[in-house]
Design a binder for this molecule. Structure first.
Ligand code: F6R
Length: 347
């Protein structure tokens, strides 16, 4: 059946997260302890596609929770320009669910040779990425058979938030992870709201996806899923950047998806939602609901009461469902995105 792999893996996420929490907590704590002993002055995260969207979340975490400057690596510096940046003492995280994205493997090898401490975050302990890095953190997602990544994305987010919470010795945040599988389970209930929405949006060919802070990663990942599975030209923009010009494309009934969970970004997002409503956008809001009355055409509910830092793990779930249903409604097979393979060679 079309999309059967994708939907099975979307629904598997609570179980996959439980496996990860059970199996990887100790290795994570060990690594965090060793990183606390010699804190890195700077962190770079190297990844592509969905893994790069998880890396963006990690970037925010290192800076907000630990105050360690972080950035996304540019693998082309190594693979195309054949330069190795001076990375002595830096922490370099290579994220790749397959562990086989060749430029990420090359970047981690180069970083290690230039003196960085390297960590692979992957679903395959026998992958070239795991072999290249000093340490490996595993996703425990089980084989991901669908080409579009879903369960490995939420696992990557969880590895990053567990690692940074352990480094920060934030007990409360660490404990909150135990509730993640249940929150993700509840987010799957959004299917009832998402299915009819996908029928209403089936004629849509382009849209914007926006949020800010931790959930900018959610906007980017949702846009990627909408592009590759439903062939909707979805552009992800931070809501701050949206105001700096791109808001001009928003005319009557232009679809904009906004991820607005409770937390520090909410007041700003409400103001942006008002601007979008004033321009007659067709606003789809991913939020627990209250506070945006009269602004959104559709609200996709997500569970309330989640610490802001952990909302990306949950808010992406209804958007994975939306991409899946929209692909089917538009006549595409979500299991077979056009032009995409499970492992991509980009140099
Ligand atoms: C998106 C997708 C691709 C991969 C990218 C990186 O659904 O599947 O964008 O995320 O090719 O793959 P890995 O994580 O194996 O390096």
């Amino acid at each position: 059946m079309r999309g059967s792999l994708t939907i099975a893996e979307i629904r598997e996420q609570p179980a996959a997260l439980s496996r990860l929490l059970e199996a990887e907590r100790r290795p994570l704590l060990r690594l965090a302890r060793s990183l606390r002993r010699r804190p890195p002055p700077v962190v770079f995260l190297a990844a592509r596609g969905t893994s790069d969207n998880a890396a963006l979340y990690g970037h925010y975490l290192f800076e907000t929770l630990l105050g360690i400057p972080a950035g996304l690596a540019s693998p082309s510096v190594v693979t195309i320009y054949r330069t190795v940046p001076r990375l002595r003492g830096a922490l370099v995280l290579g994220l790749s669910q397959s562990g086989r994205s060749s430029d990420i493997v090359r970047y981690v090898e180069a970083a290690r040779s230039s003196g960085a401490r390297t960590v692979a975050i992957t679903n395959d302990p026998r992958s070239p990425l795991a072999a290249a890095a000093h340490d490996t953190l595993l996703l425990h997602s089980g084989v991901e058979r669908s080409v579009a990544a879903t369960k490995t994305y939420t696992a990557q987010l969880a590895v990053l938030s567990l690692l940074v919470a352990s480094m920060a010795e934030d007990r409360r945040l660490l404990d909150a992870h135990d509730r993640l599988p249940r929150w993700v389970e509840r987010a799957l209930d959004a299917d009832d709201a998402v299915r009819p929405l996908s029928l209403r949006l089936s004629g849509v060919r382009r849209c914007l996806v926006t949020s800010r802070g931790y959930n900018f990663a959610t906007a980017r990942e949702a846009a990627l899923k909408l592009k590759e599975t439903a062939q909707v030209a979805a552009e992800a923009l931070s809501s701050a950047d949206l105001l700096h010009g791109p808001i001009a494309v928003v005319g009557r009934r232009f679809p904009v998806i906004m991820i607005a969970p409770p937390g520090r970004t909410r007041g700003h997002l409400r103001r942006v939602a008002r601007r979008l409503a004033a321009q007659s956008a067709r606003l789809v809001l991913v939020a627990p609901g209250r506070g945006f009355e009269g602004l959104a055409h559709t609200v996709i509910p997500v569970p309330a009461g989640i610490p802001e830092i952990l909302t990306p793990h949950v808010a992406i779930v209804p958007l994975q469902l939306l991409a899946y249903h929209l692909a089917l409604a538009r006549g595409f097979d979500p299991d077979r995105p056009r032009g995409l393979r499970k492992v991509t060679r980009s140099f």
